[in-house]
Write a protein that binds this ligand. Structure first.
Ligand code: ADP
Ligand code: MG
Length: 362
Protein backbone atom coordinates (compact mmCIF):
# COMPACT_ATOMS: atom_id res chain seq x y z
CA UNK A 1 0.00 0.00 0.00
CA UNK A 2 2.78 2.43 0.95
CA UNK A 3 6.41 2.12 -0.04
CA UNK A 4 9.00 4.56 1.24
CA UNK A 5 12.56 4.50 -0.11
CA UNK A 6 15.46 6.63 1.08
CA UNK A 7 13.22 9.41 2.30
CA UNK A 8 15.06 12.60 3.26
CA UNK A 9 13.68 15.82 4.61
CA UNK A 10 15.69 18.87 5.52
CA UNK A 11 14.56 22.05 7.22
CA UNK A 12 16.98 24.93 6.63
CA UNK A 13 19.81 22.57 5.77
CA UNK A 14 19.27 20.31 8.79
CA UNK A 15 18.26 16.73 8.07
CA UNK A 16 15.16 15.77 10.03
CA UNK A 17 14.46 12.55 8.12
CA UNK A 18 17.67 10.82 7.24
CA UNK A 19 17.03 7.83 4.97
CA UNK A 20 13.68 6.45 6.09
CA UNK A 21 12.67 3.17 4.50
CA UNK A 22 9.38 1.39 5.08
CA UNK A 23 6.83 -0.81 3.46
CA UNK A 24 3.27 -0.88 4.73
CA UNK A 25 0.80 -3.50 3.52
CA UNK A 26 -2.92 -2.98 3.03
CA UNK A 27 -4.81 -3.40 6.31
CA UNK A 28 -1.74 -3.00 8.51
CA UNK A 29 -1.91 -0.99 11.70
CA UNK A 30 1.47 0.66 12.24
CA UNK A 31 2.30 2.46 15.46
CA UNK A 32 5.15 4.93 15.30
CA UNK A 33 6.80 5.53 18.66
CA UNK A 34 9.94 7.31 19.77
CA UNK A 35 11.28 10.36 21.59
CA UNK A 36 9.94 13.75 20.54
CA UNK A 37 11.77 15.70 17.89
CA UNK A 38 12.85 12.58 16.02
CA UNK A 39 10.78 13.20 12.90
CA UNK A 40 7.60 11.20 13.54
CA UNK A 41 5.26 14.02 12.56
CA UNK A 42 7.45 14.98 9.63
CA UNK A 43 7.33 11.38 8.41
CA UNK A 44 3.50 11.35 8.48
CA UNK A 45 3.33 14.78 6.86
CA UNK A 46 5.60 13.61 4.05
CA UNK A 47 3.35 10.61 3.42
CA UNK A 48 0.42 12.83 2.52
CA UNK A 49 2.56 15.64 1.12
CA UNK A 50 1.77 18.22 3.76
CA UNK A 51 5.57 18.47 3.62
CA UNK A 52 7.55 18.07 0.43
CA UNK A 53 10.40 15.58 0.98
CA UNK A 54 13.89 16.74 0.05
CA UNK A 55 14.73 13.37 -1.46
CA UNK A 56 13.63 9.77 -1.85
CA UNK A 57 10.65 7.99 -3.19
CA UNK A 58 7.12 7.36 -1.88
CA UNK A 59 4.71 5.08 -3.66
CA UNK A 60 1.09 4.78 -2.60
CA UNK A 61 -0.88 2.00 -4.27
CA UNK A 62 1.85 1.77 -6.89
CA UNK A 63 1.69 5.49 -7.74
CA UNK A 64 4.84 7.59 -7.35
CA UNK A 65 3.42 10.54 -5.42
CA UNK A 66 6.56 12.65 -5.81
CA UNK A 67 6.62 12.40 -9.59
CA UNK A 68 6.15 15.74 -11.36
CA UNK A 69 2.47 16.15 -12.12
CA UNK A 70 1.31 13.54 -9.58
CA UNK A 71 -2.30 14.10 -8.54
CA UNK A 72 -1.96 15.44 -5.00
CA UNK A 73 -5.66 15.96 -4.37
CA UNK A 74 -6.36 12.35 -5.37
CA UNK A 75 -3.70 11.21 -2.92
CA UNK A 76 -5.20 13.31 -0.14
CA UNK A 77 -8.61 11.73 -0.72
CA UNK A 78 -7.06 8.31 -0.33
CA UNK A 79 -5.36 9.31 2.90
CA UNK A 80 -7.17 10.86 5.86
CA UNK A 81 -5.33 12.52 8.69
CA UNK A 82 -6.21 13.22 12.31
CA UNK A 83 -4.11 15.73 14.23
CA UNK A 84 -3.35 16.34 17.86
CA UNK A 85 -5.39 19.55 17.67
CA UNK A 86 -8.78 18.64 16.28
CA UNK A 87 -9.01 21.63 13.89
CA UNK A 88 -12.80 21.62 13.59
CA UNK A 89 -14.47 24.73 12.21
CA UNK A 90 -15.89 26.39 15.33
CA UNK A 91 -18.77 28.13 13.54
CA UNK A 92 -20.06 24.94 11.87
CA UNK A 93 -22.08 22.28 13.65
CA UNK A 94 -20.66 18.82 14.15
CA UNK A 95 -22.51 17.37 11.18
CA UNK A 96 -21.62 20.33 8.95
CA UNK A 97 -17.95 19.83 9.77
CA UNK A 98 -18.21 16.23 8.63
CA UNK A 99 -20.21 17.01 5.48
CA UNK A 100 -17.96 19.82 4.27
CA UNK A 101 -15.25 17.93 2.38
CA UNK A 102 -17.54 15.25 0.89
CA UNK A 103 -19.79 18.02 -0.42
CA UNK A 104 -17.05 20.18 -1.93
CA UNK A 105 -14.46 17.60 -2.98
CA UNK A 106 -16.52 14.49 -3.68
CA UNK A 107 -19.52 16.53 -4.91
CA UNK A 108 -21.89 14.47 -2.80
CA UNK A 109 -25.51 15.63 -2.65
CA UNK A 110 -26.56 17.18 0.67
CA UNK A 111 -28.77 14.17 1.36
CA UNK A 112 -26.00 11.62 0.69
CA UNK A 113 -23.42 13.58 2.65
CA UNK A 114 -25.80 13.89 5.60
CA UNK A 115 -26.69 10.20 5.53
CA UNK A 116 -23.02 9.18 5.54
CA UNK A 117 -22.17 11.74 8.24
CA UNK A 118 -24.88 10.34 10.47
CA UNK A 119 -23.57 6.80 9.98
CA UNK A 120 -20.13 8.00 11.01
CA UNK A 121 -21.46 9.85 14.04
CA UNK A 122 -23.16 6.62 15.02
CA UNK A 123 -19.81 4.86 14.65
CA UNK A 124 -18.01 7.29 16.96
CA UNK A 125 -20.91 7.38 19.41
CA UNK A 126 -21.96 11.00 18.88
CA UNK A 127 -25.20 10.85 16.93
CA UNK A 128 -26.92 12.88 19.66
CA UNK A 129 -24.45 15.75 19.09
CA UNK A 130 -24.96 16.24 15.36
CA UNK A 131 -26.26 19.80 15.75
CA UNK A 132 -23.89 20.90 18.49
CA UNK A 133 -21.07 23.33 17.87
CA UNK A 134 -17.53 22.01 18.49
CA UNK A 135 -17.12 24.39 21.42
CA UNK A 136 -19.98 22.65 23.21
CA UNK A 137 -18.16 19.31 23.16
CA UNK A 138 -15.39 17.92 25.34
CA UNK A 139 -11.93 17.44 23.85
CA UNK A 140 -12.50 13.70 23.55
CA UNK A 141 -15.77 14.25 21.73
CA UNK A 142 -14.20 16.80 19.38
CA UNK A 143 -11.46 14.35 18.50
CA UNK A 144 -14.08 11.68 17.77
CA UNK A 145 -15.78 14.16 15.42
CA UNK A 146 -12.40 14.80 13.77
CA UNK A 147 -12.05 11.05 13.20
CA UNK A 148 -15.55 10.90 11.68
CA UNK A 149 -14.63 13.84 9.46
CA UNK A 150 -11.52 12.06 8.19
CA UNK A 151 -13.56 8.91 7.51
CA UNK A 152 -16.19 10.85 5.57
CA UNK A 153 -13.86 10.96 2.57
CA UNK A 154 -13.77 7.14 2.58
CA UNK A 155 -9.99 7.02 2.78
CA UNK A 156 -8.07 3.79 2.32
CA UNK A 157 -5.40 4.96 4.73
CA UNK A 158 -5.73 7.04 7.85
CA UNK A 159 -2.83 8.78 9.58
CA UNK A 160 -3.04 9.77 13.24
CA UNK A 161 -0.52 12.19 14.71
CA UNK A 162 -0.68 11.82 18.50
CA UNK A 163 -4.48 11.85 18.53
CA UNK A 164 -4.71 11.79 22.32
CA UNK A 165 -1.81 14.05 23.33
CA UNK A 166 -3.89 17.19 23.68
CA UNK A 167 -6.58 15.50 25.76
CA UNK A 168 -7.35 15.48 29.41
CA UNK A 169 -6.34 12.01 30.72
CA UNK A 170 -9.97 11.11 31.44
CA UNK A 171 -10.76 11.41 27.71
CA UNK A 172 -7.91 9.43 26.25
CA UNK A 173 -9.65 6.06 26.41
CA UNK A 174 -12.82 7.05 24.57
CA UNK A 175 -10.70 8.16 21.61
CA UNK A 176 -8.47 5.09 21.73
CA UNK A 177 -11.58 2.86 21.76
CA UNK A 178 -12.84 4.47 18.58
CA UNK A 179 -9.45 3.90 16.93
CA UNK A 180 -9.37 0.29 18.14
CA UNK A 181 -12.77 -0.35 16.56
CA UNK A 182 -11.61 1.25 13.36
CA UNK A 183 -8.56 -1.01 13.31
CA UNK A 184 -10.88 -4.00 12.95
CA UNK A 185 -12.47 -2.69 9.76
CA UNK A 186 -9.45 -3.42 7.59
CA UNK A 187 -8.50 0.18 6.92
CA UNK A 188 -4.74 0.81 6.81
CA UNK A 189 -3.54 3.00 9.67
CA UNK A 190 -0.34 4.72 10.73
CA UNK A 191 -0.54 6.06 14.28
CA UNK A 192 2.06 8.20 16.01
CA UNK A 193 1.40 7.69 19.70
CA UNK A 194 2.82 7.83 23.20
CA UNK A 195 0.20 5.40 24.49
CA UNK A 196 2.35 2.31 24.78
CA UNK A 197 -0.29 -0.11 26.01
CA UNK A 198 -2.50 0.93 23.13
CA UNK A 199 0.33 0.64 20.59
CA UNK A 200 1.08 -2.81 21.86
CA UNK A 201 -2.52 -4.03 21.60
CA UNK A 202 -3.65 -2.46 18.39
CA UNK A 203 -0.68 -2.67 16.02
CA UNK A 204 0.39 -5.23 13.50
CA UNK A 205 3.85 -3.65 13.55
CA UNK A 206 5.65 -0.96 15.48
CA UNK A 207 8.22 1.48 14.12
CA UNK A 208 10.60 2.94 16.66
CA UNK A 209 11.95 6.22 15.30
CA UNK A 210 15.07 7.88 16.58
CA UNK A 211 17.10 10.74 15.11
CA UNK A 212 15.36 10.79 11.77
CA UNK A 213 15.38 7.09 10.96
CA UNK A 214 13.25 4.05 11.65
CA UNK A 215 15.80 2.66 14.05
CA UNK A 216 13.94 -0.58 14.71
CA UNK A 217 10.75 -2.09 13.32
CA UNK A 218 9.06 -5.22 14.56
CA UNK A 219 5.98 -6.90 15.94
CA UNK A 220 4.51 -5.38 19.10
CA UNK A 221 5.82 -8.32 21.13
CA UNK A 222 9.25 -7.98 19.52
CA UNK A 223 9.57 -4.25 20.13
CA UNK A 224 8.05 -4.12 23.61
CA UNK A 225 9.25 -7.38 25.15
CA UNK A 226 12.47 -8.08 23.32
CA UNK A 227 13.83 -4.99 21.58
CA UNK A 228 16.97 -5.86 19.65
CA UNK A 229 18.76 -2.54 19.63
CA UNK A 230 20.07 -0.47 22.50
CA UNK A 231 18.16 2.77 22.00
CA UNK A 232 14.87 0.94 21.49
CA UNK A 233 15.38 -0.98 24.72
CA UNK A 234 16.26 2.19 26.61
CA UNK A 235 13.19 3.97 25.30
CA UNK A 236 10.80 1.10 26.04
CA UNK A 237 12.10 0.73 29.56
CA UNK A 238 11.72 4.44 30.15
CA UNK A 239 8.06 4.17 29.17
CA UNK A 240 7.36 2.26 32.34
CA UNK A 241 5.53 -0.65 30.74
CA UNK A 242 6.07 -4.24 31.79
CA UNK A 243 4.32 -7.02 29.89
CA UNK A 244 4.45 -10.72 30.56
CA UNK A 245 2.49 -13.69 29.24
CA UNK A 246 2.14 -16.26 31.99
CA UNK A 247 1.26 -19.93 31.57
CA UNK A 248 0.16 -21.80 34.68
CA UNK A 249 2.04 -24.99 33.72
CA UNK A 250 5.45 -23.37 33.69
CA UNK A 251 4.82 -20.40 35.96
CA UNK A 252 7.70 -19.61 38.28
CA UNK A 253 6.67 -17.07 40.90
CA UNK A 254 10.22 -16.25 41.99
CA UNK A 255 11.33 -15.59 38.45
CA UNK A 256 8.29 -13.41 37.82
CA UNK A 257 8.83 -11.40 41.01
CA UNK A 258 12.49 -10.91 40.11
CA UNK A 259 11.49 -9.51 36.70
CA UNK A 260 8.98 -7.19 38.33
CA UNK A 261 11.67 -6.02 40.71
CA UNK A 262 14.09 -5.26 37.89
CA UNK A 263 11.42 -3.31 36.07
CA UNK A 264 10.39 -1.40 39.21
CA UNK A 265 14.01 -0.45 39.88
CA UNK A 266 14.39 0.92 36.38
CA UNK A 267 11.27 3.01 37.00
CA UNK A 268 12.66 4.09 40.39
CA UNK A 269 9.67 2.77 42.26
CA UNK A 270 10.16 3.19 46.01
CA UNK A 271 10.93 -0.06 47.84
CA UNK A 272 7.73 0.02 49.85
CA UNK A 273 5.63 0.33 46.67
CA UNK A 274 7.57 -2.53 45.09
CA UNK A 275 6.83 -4.67 48.10
CA UNK A 276 3.10 -4.00 47.78
CA UNK A 277 3.21 -4.59 44.04
CA UNK A 278 4.78 -7.99 44.59
CA UNK A 279 2.35 -8.85 47.34
CA UNK A 280 -0.55 -7.88 45.13
CA UNK A 281 0.81 -9.85 42.15
CA UNK A 282 1.29 -12.96 44.23
CA UNK A 283 -2.17 -12.88 45.80
CA UNK A 284 -3.91 -12.12 42.55
CA UNK A 285 -2.08 -14.66 40.42
CA UNK A 286 -1.77 -17.57 42.84
CA UNK A 287 -5.04 -17.32 44.75
CA UNK A 288 -7.47 -15.66 42.41
CA UNK A 289 -6.54 -16.04 38.75
CA UNK A 290 -4.55 -19.24 38.24
CA UNK A 291 -7.31 -21.27 39.98
CA UNK A 292 -9.56 -19.95 37.17
CA UNK A 293 -7.41 -19.92 34.04
CA UNK A 294 -4.28 -21.39 32.49
CA UNK A 295 -2.98 -18.26 30.78
CA UNK A 296 -2.75 -14.69 31.98
CA UNK A 297 -1.29 -11.61 30.39
CA UNK A 298 0.04 -9.17 32.94
CA UNK A 299 0.72 -5.55 32.07
CA UNK A 300 2.14 -3.23 34.68
CA UNK A 301 2.48 0.48 34.09
CA UNK A 302 4.50 2.79 36.31
CA UNK A 303 4.20 6.48 35.58
CA UNK A 304 7.53 8.18 35.86
CA UNK A 305 5.91 11.53 36.60
CA UNK A 306 3.45 10.52 39.28
CA UNK A 307 4.75 7.13 40.44
CA UNK A 308 1.29 5.72 39.86
CA UNK A 309 1.22 1.93 39.45
CA UNK A 310 -1.42 0.29 37.23
CA UNK A 311 -1.74 -3.44 37.14
CA UNK A 312 -3.71 -5.12 34.38
CA UNK A 313 -4.46 -8.83 34.22
CA UNK A 314 -6.04 -10.17 31.03
CA UNK A 315 -7.37 -13.70 30.54
CA UNK A 316 -10.09 -15.68 28.79
CA UNK A 317 -12.83 -17.50 30.67
CA UNK A 318 -15.97 -16.83 32.67
CA UNK A 319 -16.89 -13.17 32.22
CA UNK A 320 -17.21 -12.45 35.93
CA UNK A 321 -15.19 -10.28 38.23
CA UNK A 322 -13.17 -12.80 40.26
CA UNK A 323 -12.88 -10.23 43.05
CA UNK A 324 -16.65 -10.43 43.50
CA UNK A 325 -16.63 -14.21 43.99
CA UNK A 326 -16.99 -15.60 47.50
CA UNK A 327 -14.93 -18.77 47.40
CA UNK A 328 -13.17 -19.52 50.66
CA UNK A 329 -9.56 -19.92 49.37
CA UNK A 330 -9.61 -16.49 47.69
CA UNK A 331 -11.00 -14.64 50.70
CA UNK A 332 -7.72 -13.43 52.21
CA UNK A 333 -6.37 -12.46 48.79
CA UNK A 334 -9.43 -10.35 48.06
CA UNK A 335 -9.10 -8.52 51.36
CA UNK A 336 -5.43 -7.76 50.73
CA UNK A 337 -6.07 -6.57 47.17
CA UNK A 338 -9.00 -4.34 48.19
CA UNK A 339 -6.90 -2.82 50.95
CA UNK A 340 -3.95 -2.00 48.67
CA UNK A 341 -5.82 -0.61 45.67
CA UNK A 342 -7.41 2.78 45.26
CA UNK A 343 -9.29 1.65 42.17
CA UNK A 344 -10.49 -1.70 40.87
CA UNK A 345 -12.23 -2.13 37.50
CA UNK A 346 -13.29 -5.31 35.83
CA UNK A 347 -14.45 -5.27 32.22
CA UNK A 348 -14.58 -7.28 29.00
CA UNK A 349 -12.00 -5.67 26.75
CA UNK A 350 -12.13 -5.06 23.01
CA UNK A 351 -10.62 -8.50 22.34
CA UNK A 352 -13.52 -10.03 24.34
CA UNK A 353 -11.15 -11.03 27.11
CA UNK A 354 -11.60 -10.46 30.83
CA UNK A 355 -9.54 -7.58 32.07
CA UNK A 356 -8.96 -6.59 35.64
CA UNK A 357 -7.42 -3.20 36.27
CA UNK A 358 -5.99 -2.39 39.68
CA UNK A 359 -4.60 0.98 40.59
CA UNK A 360 -2.29 0.68 43.56
CA UNK A 361 -2.63 3.01 46.49
CA UNK A 362 0.29 5.42 46.73
P1 ADP B 1 8.32 14.46 16.36
O1 ADP B 1 6.97 14.42 15.73
O2 ADP B 1 9.01 13.13 16.39
O3 ADP B 1 8.31 15.10 17.70
P2 ADP B 1 8.89 16.39 14.29
O4 ADP B 1 8.74 15.65 13.00
O5 ADP B 1 7.77 17.26 14.69
O6 ADP B 1 9.27 15.37 15.44
O7 ADP B 1 10.19 17.30 14.23
C1 ADP B 1 11.47 16.80 13.96
C2 ADP B 1 12.45 17.96 13.90
O8 ADP B 1 12.17 18.80 12.80
C3 ADP B 1 12.41 18.85 15.13
O9 ADP B 1 13.72 19.18 15.46
C4 ADP B 1 11.64 20.05 14.66
O10 ADP B 1 12.06 21.19 15.37
C5 ADP B 1 11.99 20.13 13.21
N1 ADP B 1 10.90 20.70 12.39
C6 ADP B 1 9.68 20.16 12.23
N2 ADP B 1 8.91 20.92 11.42
C7 ADP B 1 9.67 21.97 11.06
C8 ADP B 1 9.48 23.11 10.22
N3 ADP B 1 8.31 23.30 9.58
N4 ADP B 1 10.50 23.97 10.10
C9 ADP B 1 11.68 23.77 10.72
N5 ADP B 1 11.94 22.72 11.51
C10 ADP B 1 10.96 21.83 11.69
MG1 MG C 1 5.15 15.06 16.50
Amino acid sequence: MIQVRHLYKEFDGTAVLNDVNAEIQKGEIISVIGPSGTGKSTFLRCLNLLERPTGGKIQVDGVDILAPGADVSKLRMKMGMVFQQFNLFPHLTVIENIMLAPRSLLKQSPADARKRARELLELVGLINKENALPGELSGGQQQRVAIARALAMNPEIILFDEPTSALDPTMVNEVLSVIRNLAKTGITMVIVTHEMRFARDVSTRVFYMDEGVIYEAGTPAGIFDAPKRAKTAAFIHQQGLFVSELAKKEFDLYHFQAEVELFAERCRLPARQLHYLQLLSEELLMNILFPRTGRIRVEIGISEETGKVDFHAIWSGNPENPLDADDEPGEMARIIIRKRCSEIDFFINSEKLNELHLEMQQ
